[in-house]
Every structure is written in structure tokens, then in C-alpha cells.
Ligand binder design. Sequence first.
Ligand code: 9YT
Length: 131
Amino acid sequence: MIIKRLKDIIGTNSEVKPDQGEWTSRRLLLKKDGMGFSMHDTLIHPGHDLKLWYKNHLEAVYCIAGKGEIQNLESGETHSISDGTLYALNNHDRHILRANEEMRMVCVFNPPITGREVHDKDGSYELVENV
Ligand code: 9YT
């Protein structure tokens, strides 16, 4: 059994913030934990349009605090996000994520990410096979 606490992850290598500071991802479960998915407690900071396309991963995101919106760039639709909203990118959907106030999200990635991934120019995470 694996037990982890957020307070033990903050300030370690498992806390990742990209250079532009759009989000802070506290990575609770990674590929090395052997669960077949990764799970992150992520803060999305306001003031950014995050253009994302997880072409190598499926991601489910459950908002537990804050407010924002997601624009599905495949359909053009925009959906509000608040505490209790889940979105699942089951079609590797291209999207834009915006926080109007800081959002706290539980994010699950399949296949799992390995540690320090940040978005590439396409808004995706590289698929890391040999870790
Ligand atoms: C919701 C989302 O995709 N945010 C970007 C950060 C990412 N999910 C992460 O690595 O925690």
C-alpha cells in the first residue's frame, strides 16, 4: 500500500511549476508507483490561457475548488468549471483552460507521467517509455 500526503510533496521534486508559472502540479502518483496512471493535485493560476493537447495521454480532471472554463477546440463549445465539475479528454481533445479564480484540480493521466513533465510547444506531454 502506498500512503502519501500533499504536505510531504510540496517543495520536493514531485512539485512541478512551468517557467511561465501558469500552474503548480503536486504529483502524488507517478509511473514508478506502478498504478498504471498518475494522479496530481494541481493548482491552475488565473491570468493565463492554457492551450493544451494531450495527444499522448488521456486525462481526467476533477475540480475541487475555484472557478474557470474549458473551451473545446474540436467543437468550439465552452464549459464552465467549478467545484464538483469533471472533464475527461477521452478523444485527446485540443482545448483551452482558463482559471477565473485559482482552481484546484485532481488530474489523472493514462499512461502515467513519470515526474517532471511540462508542456511542449503543442501543449502535450512527451510519452516517456523507459522509466
Ligand atoms: C488540468 C491540466 O491539464 N493542467 C495542466 C497541468 C497538468 N494537468 C499536471 O501536470 O498536473
